[in-house]
Design a protein around this ligand. Structure first.
Ligand code: PMP
Length: 447
């Protein structure tokens, strides 16, 4: 349906425009190659569209401005880290005040207590711990789950993403568990550490957990890292029943699904996980994450937590829960990501979804757009039921073209997603600008 020669020509023209628009970024990119591996501070940054990454100057509200002075409607929002909108004055103020009073101390402060109370209130689990990133929090809960159950494996969904957690970088190849493509240098064979099941498949989950070797199931209540794959009616209730029956701890990773509301999908859909992980947005972009647990798990962990050797288990980390991070979480959760904030952001995501769906339908393309709260994403297939179906529809050529086309027209999408995230700082005009740009790309491709 898509003429690939035409796509390649259009893409080449966009690359030329990109270079013309970004001379200062080009200079910095060239310089970066002198000291940074591949010219970027971390590997995935090579995956931004264009011949080099756009270097950022500043970001405020729903806008990002690059070093060439080009301004963007930011639909990436730091891939959820800035879901509140950028540089909110009250968060800036709190961080600045804390920075002048000591940033890291190895001691708790009152903010840490406030944070525990607020997380308990929002998510309904009573006991919390802090971490530096959602990846870290996931690592820690997997460790605790193995400790508590005495079982060696963790279960994850096929084509999930939970950060750079070795055990979770696994997919199914038929019945076999194999490393996810791109998972470099696994420490051990993932088939030894991990059970993988397809999303939305209760029979497969039941069969796998019946083997009795799985400590926990780590999952997003809706997949958000391979497009958005929503749970079918009754699926999450089935997951809870099956995990309970097999004595498997259920961990909801709400790092992204926090877009569903102030207490994530857990509260929005009345879920009953044993543990919850949150990260990214909770500190307004300052590195911080947290994990919560039931009273029963907290009671069982209290013993080991008091032990003389607790700090050798790799749970925590020196900078974790530092006063700067806790001040940032407090400032964020006391003034953002509340019911009233979602009431502003969700209708924008709905408007985005309606606009994109209209373009897809008018063009007669077999694509879809999906939404969860203030997050929306389009994908180049009809709505998939599981991660493997979504993964098989990845079309890197079209995706790269769309991203670059949008970037060249002042709209920033999230790399390795076709994701748009909305904050109360966005406007209907921002949404409509994307719809217009998206329509232009589709028209250019299909004319
Ligand atoms: N969990 C989920 C569901 C995520 O999407 C991600 C990152 N995209 C992470 C965990 C890891 O977050 P971080 O990279 O901040 O550690």
């Amino acid at each position: 349906m898509i003429d690939r020669t035409r796509l390649a020509q259009l893409h080449a023209a966009e690359e030329t425009t990109f270079r013309e628009l970004h001379p200062r970024s080009a200079e910095l990119a060239a310089r970066a190659h002198g000291s940074l591996l591949a010219g970027v501070p971390m590997p995935w940054m090579t995956r931004w569209p264009g011949a080099f990454p756009v270097f950022v100057d500043h970001a405020e509200g729903a806008r990002l401005v690059d070093v060439d002075g080009v301004s963007y409607v930011d639909l990436c929002l730091g891939d959820t880290g800035a879901m509140t909108g950028h540089a909110l004055p009250q968060i800036t103020e709190a961080i600045t005040a804390r920075a002048g009073r000591g940033v890291t101390t190895m001691l708790p402060g009152e903010d840490a207590v406030w944070v525990g109370e607020e997380l308990a209130r929002r998510f309904g689990l009573p006991a919390w711990q802090l971490a530096m990133s959602a990846t870290d929090a996931n690592r820690f809960v997997l460790r605790f789950a193995r400790h508590l159950t005495g079982r060696p494996r963790v279960a994850v969904m096929d084509w999930c993403y939970h950060g750079t957690v070795d055990e979770s970088l696994a997919v199914l190849d038929g019945d076999r568990v194999v490393p996810r493509p791109g998972a470099l240098g696994p420490q051990v064979d993932v088939a030894v550490t991990t059970a993988v099941v397809p999303f939305n498949d209760l029979d497969a989950l039941d069969r796998r957990l019946a083997q009795g070797d799985v400590a926990c199931l780590l999952m997003e209540p809706a997949l958000t890292n391979i497009g958005i794959v929503l749970p079918e009616e009754g699926y999450l209730a089935g997951v809870r029943e099956i995990t309970r029956r097999h004595g498997v701890l259920l961990i909801n990773d709400e790092t992204h699904t926090m877009c569903a509301g102030p207490g994530g999908a857990t509260r929005a859909w009345d879920l009953e996980p044993d543990l919850i992980v949150v990260g990214k947005a909770i500190a307004g972009g300052i590195p911080a994450a947290a994990y919560g647990m039931t009273a029963e798990i907290a009671a069982r962990l209290a013993g080991p937590m008091l032990g003389h050797e607790i700090d050798v288990a790799g749970v925590g980390g020196t900078l974790t829960g530092n006063p700067l991070a806790t001040a940032a979480i407090r400032a964020t959760l006391s003034s953002c990501l509340r019911e009233e904030d979602f009431a502003g952001a969700v209708p924008l995501a709905e408007r985005f979804t309606a606009g994109v769906a209209g373009v897809i339908e008018a063009a007669g393309l077999p694509w879809h757009v999906q939404r969860l709260g203030c997050r929306a994403e389009y994908w180049f297939c009809p709505p998939p039921r599981d991660g493997a179906a979504a993964a098989s529809a990845v079309d890197e050529e079209i995706e790269a073209f769309f991203h670059l086309w949008a970037l060249n027209r002042g709209v920033l999408l999230t790399p390795f997603h076709n994701m748009a995230l909305f904050s109360p700082a966005h406007t209907e005009a921002d949404v409509d600008r994307h719809t217009e740009v998206f329509a232009g790309a589709v028209e250019a491709l299909t004319a």
